[in-house]
Design a protein around this ligand. Structure first.
Ligand SMILES: [Zn+2]
Length: 248
């Protein structure tokens, strides 16, 4: 059943800040104005890949959403990520805030990323995630038309049907907690509060924050079963967590 997208004020403020900072008209130096770990993640793709491999080896398959522009520039990286066993999803073509651009252009952004990411990964792409988790209801039609099986583009606790699509909402995002200076114990405590069926949106640059990655691995050892998102479609409310990261 379709319903309006609802965000908490904190999530909305976060999404708006990210949307403003990365819109095309924002000067580059402002777009780059961000946390040091983010810069490290951007410069150290090899390091990020090694961390993703550690997660795969620990039995933690991720769903990695990438933009079309990332797929064009980072093809080898992406196929290696796929070969590690992670699911690859689409994250629009150029990471623009889709509700804020012309609807025809938003549709092109969705179709193009499907083609570009699918071409590199050499398999159909089942999942779509909106940039910044900024979303409006009419965009579901465009995502369904593009042939995706699911979307993970809003905040929420329950899976929803939107025509042929399943929406698997994000219940947890780590970035705001990092801003507040959370340490390893906080990571574990926050994860312990999550429901049994949950989609977690983790930020790859957070993996470079001191203590965070080890704390995450430790906390996930006692988590519900970990599944890539497409393996949750048969029963989205079954106890399982999906760990997702987005790359633009
Ligand atoms: Zn993103």
């Amino acid at each position: 059943m379709a319903r309006a997208v609802r965000n908490t004020p904190r999530e909305l403020a976060h999404a708006l800040w990210k949307g403003w900072r990365t819109r095309p008209s924002t000067p580059t130096f402002l777009r780059e104005l961000t946390l040091l770990p983010r810069l490290m993640a951007r410069r150290d793709h090899g390091g990020l890949l090694r961390r993703l491999e550690r997660l795969a080896r620990a039995g933690i398959p991720l769903t990695v959403f990438v933009t079309g522009s990332f797929a064009r520039g980072m093809g080898d990286w992406l196929t290696e990520c796929r070969d590690q066993g992670h699911e690859i999803g689409a994250h629009s073509d150029r990471h623009l805030a889709l509700p804020w651009i012309d609807p025809a252009e938003a549709r092109r952004q969705i179709l193009r990323c499907r083609d570009e990411v699918g071409r590199v990964v050499e398999r159909p792409i089942a999942g779509f995630r909106a940039p910044f988790l900024l979303w409006t209801e009419p965009l579901y039609a465009a995502v369904a038309e593009a042939g995706f099986a699911y979307s993970s583009s809003i905040y929420g606790r329950q899976a929803e049907r939107h025509g042929p699509l399943t929406e698997l909402p994000v219940v947890f995002e780590d970035y705001p907690h990092l801003l507040a200076g959370a340490g390893p114990a906080d990571v574990a405590r926050l994860l312990a509060q999550l429901p049994e069926a949950a989609v977690l949106c983790l930020h790859p640059y957070a993996f470079f924050s001191p203590g965070y990655f080890e704390a995450l691995l430790e906390a996930l050892r006692t988590a519900p079963p970990l599944r890539p998102l497409s393996r949750r479609l048969a029963d989205p409310s079954a106890p399982a967590w999906s760990i997702t990261v987005d790359l633009a």
